[in-house]
Design a protein around this ligand. Structure first.
Ligand code: HAM
Length: 420
């Protein structure tokens, strides 16, 4: 019986790896410029880290979480997202006592038992940030703009920002009541999931992907019309600042997000380069969450982007760049003829690698023709050929793979020749 990776969980193969590194390195650079520090939390947590934060009545907790009892019968879960774990760590390590302002970024796998399809997996990677202790709406705009800047640095072009405010503890309950009255009048028109959740997670109806639910809420009252004075002013600051920073946006009052902890600013970046799974990133403000999880009353804001989806958009928007990134050619290939030359090639290869060159060679004593074929396939710009003659002269015949010309270069000169 052949073994396979689990459904919805993928191997990331070496030819894709340069794209991952490009995305990760670009993210690190930008996040560091904005003073975020990396944090790594365990993939396995006490299940209540997620039930308490993401919410009992969400799809993630209700249907998608990989939750099980460990050998001591303790309920644990593979993290379905990063925010809850980072908040748990912020509280556990008393960050607020040292400085209420703390900014973290993270990269890593998340787990959701969803129905796999294009762009939707059961193990997927997120890169995200969480910032604590800053409540200013200016910060919301800065953080969203940073994400936009990151996408631009990657070279993405086919994406857009959709933004909303979910109001606060003062204005949201009133809106939920109005909205609930509206949907209850058409209860029969909704899908079974929405019907079931209507009371516990009313706003989620707005975000349901079922066409019937979308139609039923077409003329629903908008939360934008129910915001209290403070929320309205803050939201105005967020979008005005985004405009000043040069990040275009579209206000979309359906952006309610699938996790319970948000209030005020919520947003998603969507791309039309993808299929049904359009969201490349999402996030928002979650001021009550830190306190809810046993920490101090400080504000929180963050986002996460799905790396597999970023790669799909990158492939769509920048096919040539992706092609160029995928080639990881050695700077030199050493081909040898005969036993003495093979031994010498081996020593030469180690010496050049020590000096920082990436060098490939043939260890098996294959024919010169086969070695040249492999060298050509590797995309290397240079091949050093060694036979008995070259060994005697302590040199190599250096072939320029582009022009096809050969020249004799001594072993000593080889590294400076390659650097030039
Ligand atoms: P989320 O919207 O659930 O938010 O996920 C963020 C991103 O992860 C999505 O926009 C998508 O690109 C990617 N993603 C989600 N599920 C899958 C999947 N099954 N397969 C592939 N990619 C997926 C959060 O997780 C929040 N923790 C974001 C946040 C951070 N809010 C505040 N801070």
């Amino acid at each position: 019986m052949t073994l396979h990776a689990l459904r919805g969980m993928n191997d990331i193969l070496p030819d894709e790896m340069p794209l991952w590194h490009f995305i990760e390195t670009t993210a690190r650079q930008i996040f560091q410029n904005y003073q975020y520090q990396e944090i790594r939390t365990p993939v396995l947590e006490d299940m209540s880290v997620f039930t308490r934060s993401v919410g009992e009545a969400t799809n993630i907790v209700e249907k998608e979480m990989y939750a099980f009892q460990d050998r001591q019968q303790k309920w644990v879960a593979l993290r379905p997202e990063g925010t809850a774990s980072v908040v748990r760590a912020y509280i556990e390590h008393n960050f607020a006592q040292k400085d209420p302002v703390a900014r973290f970024y993270y990269l890593g796998p998340m787990y959701r038992h969803e129905r796999p399809q294009k762009g939707r997996f059961r193990q997927f990677y997120q890169l995200g940030v969480e910032a604590f202790g800053i409540s200013s709406p200016l910060f919301d705009a800065e953080c969203i703009h940073m994400l936009d800047l990151f996408f631009k640095k990657l070279g993405l072009t086919s994406y857009a920002l959709e933004i909303n405010s979910l109001g606060c503890a003062i204005c949201r309950p009133q809106y939920i009541r109005t909205f609930f009255d509206f949907v209850m009048k058409k209860e029969d028109e909704f899908c079974s999931d929405c019907k079931r959740r209507m009371e516990r997670n009313t706003l989620r109806v707005l975000d349901c992907s079922q066409e019937a639910c979308q139609i039923a809420t077409k003329d629903a009252p908008s939360i934008q019309d129910s915001l209290c004075e403070v929320c309205e002013k803050d939201f105005d600051t967020v979008i005005t600042t985004l405009g000043q920073l040069g990040t275009p946006y579209r206000v979309n009052s359906r952006i309610v997000r699938g996790l319970d902890y948000y209030l005020k600013t919520t947003f998603e970046f969507v791309s039309n380069a993808l299929g049904a799974q359009k969201a490349i990133a999402g996030g928002g403000r979650y001021d009550g969450l830190i306190h809810l999880m046993g920490g101090p009353q400080v504000g929180g804001f963050g986002f996460a982007a799905g790396i597999e989806r970023l790669i799909d958009v990158l492939k769509h928007d920048q096919p040539e760049k992706v092609q160029a990134l995928s080639v990881i050619a050695p700077s030199l290939y050493i081909a040898s003829l005969g036993e003495a030359a093979l031994k010498q090639s081996f020593i030469l290869a180690q010496a050049l690698r020590n000096k920082g060159f990436s060098v490939d060679m043939d260890h098996e004593g294959r024919s010169l023709k086969s070695q040249m074929r492999r060298a050509d396939k590797s995309g290397t710009p240079w091949v050093a050929i060694l036979g008995d003659d070259e060994v005697q002269k302590k040199s190599v015949s250096l072939k320029n793979m582009k022009t096809g010309t050969n020249e004799l270069v001594s072993w000593e000169e080889l590294s400076s020749r390659l650097s030039a």
